[in-house]
Design a protein around this ligand. Structure first.
Ligand SMILES: Nc1ncnc2c1ncn2[C@@H]1O[C@H](COP(=O)(O)OP(=O)(O)OP(=O)(O)O)[C@@H](O)[C@H]1O
Ligand SMILES: [Mg+2]
Length: 339
């Protein structure tokens, strides 16, 4: 047994989670850093960064180092990973190895950049695992015994669809439509229709309460308070599920079309397995009201969803860590699962 400390990290656009093989999921925090622009230093990370913003402690910039599923500010992503690696494993003498989930479809150069930033943050070694595969592991997929599975991950920054067969991604597609895109769309549309500006917390509530992938919330209403952009005073308005569905229907259709397109491209020999295994739906977007019904309606295939879809990828990273030797011994194509 190795004495080296291994940790798993799911670096998501909106949330970052950390897995410790001895303890399970030990951290689940927003992927944000607070930066003091005049001193050019990171002053807080995760929940503390959000708190600092709300308390208006200093002149701070709140920055998401990832955007639409990929790192767009490597220095700040490094600061976030340093915080995780230093604060969560500082009592260990040996630097940790890291299993890191990455979006599917990255080029080798992009993958190397993910590895470099993790090494620069204090890891001794990095293995990357593509998010759909980590998600499938989290939902019970066994790469040694199962043929085709279809995984759909609708996260904060992107939606990914992938067909896996014996641990390999055989088809995949992704779109930059995720939870943050939905939020921006709601903010823009309500500003245009109601002339009020909403806080991000209010938009999250609207999304959870009123957004439905099948328009089933059409008749429901929610009273929300924003800032009237003409008077600059607070104003309460009643927003309906019909409003929200009409703002969002095109984006939801795009995700559904991506799923049906992948099925059309799937080799026929994998279809019976996919139908038997069901579509594995994960990520925060999996809990959009009626999303699984809508996918079932469009594909005719049952949809499988866990109790905590936001944690599937990190649980799957944990499973990959625990089964690393097993997979390595049993399958020579392992290199294609964990890079
Ligand atoms: N009940 C809900 N209804 C709709 N959206 C939700 C709900 N709960 C969470 N979300 C959204 O899920 C998103 C976060 O999902 P998740 O944690 O899977 O993303 P991520 O892993 O950070 O991003 P990515 O994988 O795209 O990089 C947020 O945008 C959040 O608003
Ligand atoms: Mg994710």
């Amino acid at each position: 047994m190795s004495i080296r400390k291994i940790i798993g990290i799911d670096l998501g656009t909106t949330n970052t989670r950390v897995y410790d093989p001895d303890k399970g999921v030990v951290l689940n925090m927003p992927t944000v850093v607070a930066v003091n622009p005049s001193q050019r230093r990171v002053v807080a990370v995760g929940e503390d960064a959000i708190k600092a913003l709300k308390q208006n402690e200093e002149d701070l910039d709140i920055i998401f180092p990832l955007s639409q599923g990929t790192i767009n500010d490597f220095n700040l992503a490094q600061a976030l990973l340093e915080y995780i690696i230093e604060d969560y494993v500082k009592w260990k003498i040996i630097k940790p190895s890291v299993f890191l989930s990455i979006p599917c479809g990255l080029t080798d150069v992009e993958k190397r950049a993910y590895k470099q930033v993790t090494i620069a943050s204090g890891a001794v070694d990095v293995k990357t695992i593509e998010q759909p595969l980590a998600t499938a592991f989290g939902l019970g997929y066994d790469p040694l015994s199962k043929g085709g599975v279809l995984v759909v991950n609708i996260g904060g920054g992107a939606a990914e669809v992938a067909i896996l067969s014996y641990g390999k991604l055989v088809r995949f597609d992704s779109t930059k439509i995720g939870g943050l895109f939905f939020n921006n769309q709601i903010i823009r549309s309500i500003k245009k229709d109601y002339n009020i500006l909403l806080s991000s917390d209010t938009v999250e509530n609207i999304k959870r309460d009123l957004l439905s992938a099948t328009n089933s919330k059409s008749n429901e209403k929610l009273s929300v308070t924003g800032i009237n952009l003409r008077t600059l005073l607070p104003e309460e308005n009643s927003i309906s599920g019909f409003d929200i569905f009409s703002y969002m229907r095109y984006e939801i259709d795009r995700i559904i079309n991506m799923i049906t397109n992948i099925i059309w491209q799937t080799p026929p020999e994998l279809i019976p397995d996919i139908v038997e295994n069901g579509i594995m739906l994960s990520g925060g977007g999996a809990i959009i009201n009626n999303m699984s019904d809508r996918i079932k309606l469009a594909t005719g295939i049952d949809v499988k969803i866990s109790k905590e879809p936001l944690l599937d990828a990190i649980s799957g990273i944990g499973i990959a860590i625990k089964n690393w030797d097993n997979y390595r011994i049993n399958d020579s194509s392992k290199k294609e699962w964990v890079l």
